[in-house]
Design a protein around this ligand. Structure first.
Ligand code: FAD
Length: 283
């Protein structure tokens, strides 16, 4: 196996263009599991470890630009946590501290698992993914990046360079359930993003559909039933919370598998959606 260690995005793109079958290695927390279990036997690997420009982030004019290899621990412990509280909450739930020290959002997106914890948050944020190749840069919405279970629109020679999304303008919540409290792949997850300036609500789900899922009807219902005031947002009729939970669960299309039943997932989604809206409107 050959391992390349480029030090710039341009060099990485040239390597991928010359050898599109090469495996990109970021934190390695998904890729090395596949290699160790021999589900993948790459002849060549392109490591992103020395590509410093991918590991930087910025906040500019109300937009966060997150480099593809910024690790979870940085999202949790920097100014990013205030700019994107939902993503910080999701990052805190990923694996163990070892995984959070090395795992990246770019890797989470490129793996494209329905259980990827950053994906519902980024879908609710209407995040845009910057994808580079020697042909140039293209931009794809997170909801369009992942088209099925571990299937993305990425070409073999393409590299995720960054993810862009708006700075928080209101409460954000991420909740997930699994068989235990830590080191757990989501059985179901729910992200809620409220934009006070636009008076909009976005809700997206994980582990209950092959690709990222937004809950349009429930979002519109919540936005119409929130009491938007200049000093905060409130729900005046408690039945709104129950109805919102049911509508979000209706949007899910879960399956029975080795982790859970579809019925439990639906139930969990209703509880999490209700809880997320409760927290967002009482904080
Ligand atoms: C013990 C353990 C616990 C875990 N717990 C969770 C959890 O709770 N929640 C969760 O969501 N995930 C979890 N994971 C999965 C994994 O940690 C995450 O998906 C992580 O974000 C992957 O990022 P990475 O940088 O390690 O990706 P890598 O393993 O390096 O790469 C993953 C895939 O993406 C490709 N890739 C990586 N970067 C790019 C890029 N910039 N452009 C294009 N393709 C790229 C690689 O070629 C590979 O196919 C866990 C994994 C382990 C081993």
């Amino acid at each position: 196996m050959t391992v390349s260690m480029p030090s710039s995005v341009d060099e990485t793109l040239r390597l991928l263009s010359d050898d599109p079958a090469a495996t990109i290695l970021a934190g390695g927390t998904d890729a090395m599991v596949e290699i160790n279990y021999e589900h993948r036997r790459p002849a060549s690997v392109v490591s992103l470890r020395r590509v410093n420009e991918l590991a930087t982030w910025s906040i500019d004019g109300g937009t966060v630009r997150l480099g593809a290899t910024v690790p979870y621990v940085e999202i949790m412990n920097s100014e990013l946590a205030a700019a994107s509280p939902g993503l910080a909450q999701a990052s805190r739930t990923v694996g163990s501290s070892q995984i959070r020290n090395t795992g990246t959002v770019g890797g989470n997106l490129a793996t494209g698992s329905p259980a990827g914890d950053t994906i519902p948050v980024l879908a609710a944020l209407d995040a845009i993914v910057e994808i580079a190749s020697v042909r140039g840069i293209r931009e794809v919405a997170v909801v369009d990046l992942i088209v099925g279970v571990k299937r993305t629109v990425l070409e073999p020679d393409e590299l995720i360079v960054a993810i862009r999304f708006p700075v928080a303008s209101g409460p954000q919540e991420f909740l997930k359930i699994g068989p235990r409290n830590a080191m757990v792949i989501s059985v179901a997850s729910c992200a809620l993003v409220i934009n006070q300036a636009e008076r909009s609500v976005a809700c997206a789900l994980g582990s209950v559909s092959p690709a990222p899922l937004r809950c349009g009807d429930a979002e519109e219902f919540a936005a119409a039933n929130i009491d938007w005031t200049s000093d905060g947002i409130r729900i005046t009729d408690p039945r709104t919370l129950e109805t919102f939970g049911s509508m979000v669960a209706d949007a899910a299309s879960p399956i029975d598998d080795h982790r859970s039943t579809a019925a439990y997932r639906k139930h969990g989604i209703a509880v999490m959606a209700r809880r997320a809206l409760t927290r967002a409107t009482t904080s």
